[in-house]
Structures are given as structure tokens and as C-alpha cells.
Design a protein around this ligand. Structure first.
Ligand code: GLU
Length: 502
């Protein structure tokens, strides 16, 4: 069978999630590729909720999936199709296959099938249905029915068939009918005058055809299903879609990313503080290489303009936290310091920092406390922005600018080094001499003060710088020292923090 899809159909793609769990990163990445392709072609991106597994499907998972897609900006066209509402259509297709002889009822009991598989295992054969009820005579069937046996419906798969298609990612694909496990169950067990619950491969084909899906884009774990589904398309006389199978997402060890790898739900990433833009951008890079010169930070719309399956890799895509973190920092920074301040301010205020004192006692001095001064806050945001990965980092890293931090071990040790305290004492004396004017020192003046204090104490400039950082931030780590110091002088916090160390 050579699948030749028609080139002229309007592009209609779909995401078909099963609401048996929260929106998984693998499903979301499949959604991204569908969305990108639809938008690249000016086509439609549809959504179908595959809720036929009644036991495991839950409305709250559907809600989580819809919310996650919306949050990521992966808006779909039209209303979601609810698969369970279409079961009569699925049954009608099964009836059609029974009528045309492509399908038949199989009365083998679970015990018989188990015995069959045990025999296969004992002789080291791959487990498969041995097609034992494929050509029952009417008398044999009547006999099973008289015994009260129920039946599944099976679809004939000819062992001698070769199924091939031209996959948009993987090129020519070939499957032997013999490798598909024997005649496939398309309806669950039911009394022989009924058709039981229709099963995955059958319902997907019926629904994709009814929705006029032109391209089926899904994970490579569905390759064997595609081979089976192509046979169903043929038997049902439906036009064929094209197929694109995207690579798996792998963990650090190169194994398929699973629940055991921790964070895998889109809502988890959201709760951790990742932005939708960074996550959507990152998922685009999980298996797609943007064209030369495009860089790695882009919007979904920009990616859609450049998207094509020729740049989707066959090999699995390793999940790279560093890249996701880098992208998130980029997204935070590219909105500009003003907007970033707007995002951080409520978080700071919630911690009791940066609150403008508007109470009666404070009104006595009409001066806005420096921590509440937008210009000071903006300078703080500009100082911290380069090192932010998540928005929450802008709370953690801002803390020592609002409240005096205790000295950590390394900072305390630094103050014990020779010359550290005399140098800080010289600096404190110089600042005291400046009085309130210290709050307005320029960078050059501050540099000069450092140099003078170092000379007065007979230490290298490095010693006083490290000691000053220890005194101001309680740590040897932090952002640019001179800017830190100037900011803390503006809020009158620098001198007391130095003095506490003397
Ligand atoms: N419900 C299936 C899944 O979640 C859909 C697969 C497909 O895209 O056909 O894996």
C-alpha cells in the first residue's frame, strides 16, 4: 500500500488529547507543532477530546488541558470535538466493516487468549492473535452464541501486506502486516447482536476523516498505530491524510521523559513561575531546528512563519533545563525594566517591602521612603535583571536591598581577613564625613573613596571590595558591587551595614 495523500486539501490539523491526566509536556509539544504548521499554512488547528476511556477520563483533566493550551497561546479553531458524543458514528463504521467483510466477530474467551499467549511465550514467539476466528462458518458462530459467548469485533490484517507511507518527518516508512499483532480488536466485548465500545484506532480514523483532517501530526510512539490506521482508511474508503511523526522528548539520560522525571505537566511549569512565552518557545526547539540566523528566542507567530517538517529532527529531543531557564530570563528582560518593575512591585509589597507610608504618622515627613521611590526601584530592577531566571528570583535577590541580611559564613570569614575591618572603618569614616550627601555620590566618587580607604588601611582594592560586599549583602555573591553600594547609599542603608561589621 503506498499512501498518496492529496496535496490540494485545505490544511486542517488536530490535537487529540485523552483527558486521563493533566496536560503533559509531550502533548503540549505535539500541540505546538500542529499549531505552527496550521499557522504556517493558513490552515486550521482543531481540538478533539478523546474521552472514550470512561474510567480514566475526568472533566478536571479536560479543564486542565484546555486551560494549559490557552495559557500557552495555542488557541484552537471552533469548539472542541468531544469523542464520546460520536460513538454512534464509530459504531456505524464498525458495522460498515462487518458488512464489507473487513471485520468479523471473534468469540475467543479471555482464558483461550491467555492460553494462546502462554504457548507463544513458551516457544519464544512474539505475542499476537492467531486469527483463529477469522473464518468461522455460520454453524460455528451459532454454536458459540448458543454457549452464551460474547464477541469482540476484529479487523482483518493481512500478514502479507506491506504498508508504506511517506512520513513528513521520517521519510518512507514500511511496515509488514505480519508485525501488527494479528487481526486487531476495534470494538470491545459485547453480546453477539451488539457492537461493544469502539476502540482507539477505529475511532481516531473515523473522527479524523469526519473532521477532514489533512495532516496527522503526533508523536512517534504512534507509528505502529499509523500502519494499522492506514488499513482502516483503505477499508472505509476515506481519503488519506498526510502523517508527520515527531520525535520523543528525552530526559537527561536519553530515556523517554516520564512522570518519574518530576515536572512534566504544563501546570507544574506554570506553578514554578515559567512564562508561557518561554515555555512555548522552548517546546518549539524540542525537535525543530530554526533556520540559520533566526536565533533561539522567538514568538510562536515568528516560529510559524519559518516552520516546516524538513527541519524537524528524527532523533529524540533531550529536555534541557538550562535552555528553558535562559529563555525565561530573556522573556523577563525583553519587556523592559519598567514593565518588570510593574510585575515585581506587587510581590515586593506582599513581602512588606517597598510599601509607601501613607499613614498619618508618616505624613509628618512628606518625603517618600526611598524603597517606595519608583526611580530607586527601577534602578534595582536594572541591577538585578541580568541574573533573573524566574520572576521569583527578583524577589529573592531583591531581599537584601530592602532588609538588612545577616552575614553568612563566607561573609563573616571575609571580615576576619587581614585589613578588612580597618579598610571598612576608613570607608565608614569617609562616608560619615560626607553626611547626607553620601546618598548622592556618583560612581566615580564612590570608586575614589574605595581607593582612598584601601590606601589608608594598606590593603589591596580587592580586599576592601570583597569586604564591602560582605558587609552590604551578608554574602560574597551578588550583583555589580558599585551599583549595589550606590543604591544602598541612596536608601541610607550602606553606612549602618558597614558599621555593624566594625
Ligand atoms: N488520544 C491519543 C493520545 O493522546 C491521540 C493520538 C493521536 O493523535 O492520534 O495519544
Amino acid at each position: 500500500m503506498g499512501a498518496e495523500a492529496s496535496q490540494t486539501r485545505p490544511v486542517r490539523v488536530r490535537l487529540a488529547p485523552s483527558p486521563t491526566g493533566t496536560l503533559h509536556i509531550g502533548t503540549a509539544r505535539t500541540a505546538v507543532f500542529n499549531w505552527l504548521f496550521a499557522h504556517h499554512c493558513g490552515g486550521q488547528f482543531l481540538l478533539r477530546i478523546e474521552d472514550t476511556d470512561k474510567e480514566r477520563s475526568k472533566p478536571e483533566f479536560t479543564a486542565n488541558i484546555l486551560a494549559g493550551l490557552q495559557w500557552l497561546g495555542l488557541h484552537w479553531d471552533g469548539d472542541p470535538v468531544i469523542q464520546s458524543a460520536r460513538v454512534e458514528l464509530h459504531r456505524a463504521a464498525i458495522q460498515q466493516l462487518l458488512d464489507s467483510g473487513h471485520a468479523y466477530r471473534c468469540y475467543a474467551t479471555e482464558a483461550e487468549l491467555t492460553a494462546m499467549r502462554e504457548l507463544q511465550a513458551a516457544s519464544k514467539q512474539a505475542p499476537r492473535y492467531d486469527n483463529r476466528h477469522r473464518d468461522l462458518s455460520p454453524e460455528q458462530e451459532q454454536g458459540f452464541i448458543a454457549e452464551g459467548r460474547e464477541a469482540v469485533v476484529r479487523f482483518r490484517i493481512d500478514d502479507n501486506r506491506t504498508i508504506s507511507w511517506c512520513d513528513l518527518v521520517r521519510g518512507t516508512m514500511r511496515w509488514s502486516g505480519a508485525d501488527l499483532g494479528g487481526d486487531m480488536v476495534i470494538a470491545r466485548r459485547a453480546p453477539a447482536d451488539q457492537i461493544g465500545d469502539p476502540l482507539y484506532n477505529l475511532v481516531v480514523v473515523v473522527d479524523d476523516a469526519a473532521m477532514a483532517i489533512s495532516h496527522v501530526i503526533r508523536g512517534e510512539d504512534h507509528l505502529a498505530n499509523t500502519a494499522k490506521q492506514l488499513l482502516l482508511y483503505e477499508a472505509l474508503g476515506y481519503p488519506l491524510p498526510e502523517f508527520a511523526h515527531t520525535p520523543l522528548i528525552l530526559n537527561k539520560e536519553g530515556k523517554k521523559l516520564s512522570k518519574r522525571d518530576g515536572v512534566t505537566s504544563i501546570s507544574d511549569f506554570q506553578a514554578m513561575g515559567y512564562t508561557a512565552q518561554a515555555l512555548a518557545n522552548y517546546m518549539t526547539l524540542l525537535g525543530w531546528s530554526p533556520p540559520e540566523g533566526m536565533g533561539e528566542r522567538f514568538s510562536l507567530a515568528e516560529a510559524a512563519a519559518a516552520f516546516g517538517f524538513e527541519r524537524v529532527n528524527k532523533a529524540g529531543a533531550r529536555f534541557d533545563w538550562d535552555k528553558l531557564n535562559w529563555l525565561n530570563g530573556q522573556v523577563l528582560r525583553e519587556q523592559g525594566a519598567d514593565a518588570l518593575r510593574g510585575q515585581l512591585l506587587p510581590l515586593w509589597v506582599a513581602r512588606g517591602w517597598a510599601v509607601q507610608r501613607e499613614t498619618a504618622e508618616a505624613a509628618a515627613d512628606a518625603i517618600i521612603p526611598v524603597h517606595a521611590d519608583p526611580a530607586w526601584q527601577l534602578a534595582l530592577v536594572e541591577l538585578l535583571a541580568p541574573s533573573l531566571t524566574l520572576l521569583a528570583d527578583g524577589v529573592e535577590q531583591a531581599e537584601p536591598f530592602f532588609t538588612t541580611p545577616p552575614l553568612n559564613q563566607a561573609a563573616a570569614a571575609q571580615l576576619e581577613t587581614e585589613g578588612a575591618r580597618p579598610a571598612l572603618a576608613a570607608l565608614a569614616a569617609a562616608l560619615e564625613k560626607h553626611g547626607p550627601a553620601a546618598a548622592a555620590l556618583s560612581g566615580d566618587q564612590a570608586q575614589a573613596l574605595l581607593g582612598e580607604a584601601a590606601t589608608a588601611a594598606g590593603v589591596k582594592k580587592g580586599v576592601i571590595m570583597k569586604s564591602l560586599r560582605a558587609a552590604l549583602l551578608g554574602s560574597l555573591q551578588g550583583p555589580d558591587l558599585l551599583t549595589t553600594w550606590l543604591l544602598l547609599m541612596r536608601s541610607n542603608d550602606a553606612l549602618p551595614r558597614i558599621q555593624r561589621c566594625l
